[in-house]
Design a protein around this ligand. Structure first.
Ligand code: ZN
Length: 221
């Protein structure tokens, strides 16, 4: 090959590579982290957090710049609004890593389901984690009564299935209800999220965050 044509050939290859890279970063499915790999990353992150005195997943200007134009979060986290349960910190992740939905009691409504569907269909996310936590105030309220003033009633109402399912079981009633509530919300997402063909690529798991140790106990699916 003559030098000029060889250079032209190499230039064509580079352009093709760039085009392929641009396409890959634009196309959510091709850049997805598999659900198993995503869960492994979260488990490693939580172990880093629980095993150190400070979370290493601090937001940085570099990370902000890297994610300013496009996001590919590798997990959806459905967590409680509790001020002590910060998914990015307790799972040691950074800007752009997690697509987080938070309500008191980590309950799911149409807005939440729409958010889950958006992350899976448009951002390429393939893992959904429902994260309950120890001493959850919303579950405590639901355990105390099936009615509450104002819109708190909607939270207490949606947690009742977990209270009923664990009633009379051996163990601490609040701990049992918290784990069951996270498990039932995960089941609701599996059943009600409208994911079409993507459903078979998606994994939905649940876990409970321990406020004392900083560790997440992952439920068996
Ligand atoms: Zn809570």
């Amino acid at each position: 090959m003559k030098t000029k044509s060889r250079l032209t050939f190499l230039a064509s290859i580079s352009i093709l590579s760039i085009a392929a890279t641009v396409f890959a970063s634009d196309h959510s499915a091709s850049s997805s982290v598999s659900p198993d790999a995503a869960l492994a990353k979260l488990k490693e992150g939580n172990a880093r957090y629980a095993g150190s005195t400070v979370s290493a997943g601090k937001p940085t200007a570099a990370k902000r710049a890297e994610t300013a134009q496009v996001q590919h979060p590798f997990a959806v986290i459905v967590a409680c609004a509790d001020s002590r349960v910060l998914p990015e910190l307790i799972l040691d992740q950074n800007i752009g890593d997690l697509f987080v939905i938070r309500t008191a009691g980590n309950v799911m409504d149409d807005h939440g389901l729409g958010s889950v569907e958006y992350a899976i269909e448009h951002l390429g996310t393939r893992l959904v984690v429902v994260l309950g936590h120890e001493r959850c105030g919303a579950v405590t309220a639901a355990l105390a009564s099936d009615s509450a003033p104002g819109h708190v009633q909607s939270l207490v109402r949606d947690i009742q299935p977990a209270i009923k399912a664990t009633k009379g079981k051996a163990g601490d009633p609040l701990d049992l209800a918290i784990a069951e509530n996270a498990r039932l919300v995960a089941a609701t997402i599996r059943k009600e999220a409208d994911l079409g063909d993507l459903a078979k690529e998606v994994r939905v798991v649940s876990g409970v965050y321990d406020l004392d140790t900083g560790k997440v106990e992952w439920a068996k699916e």
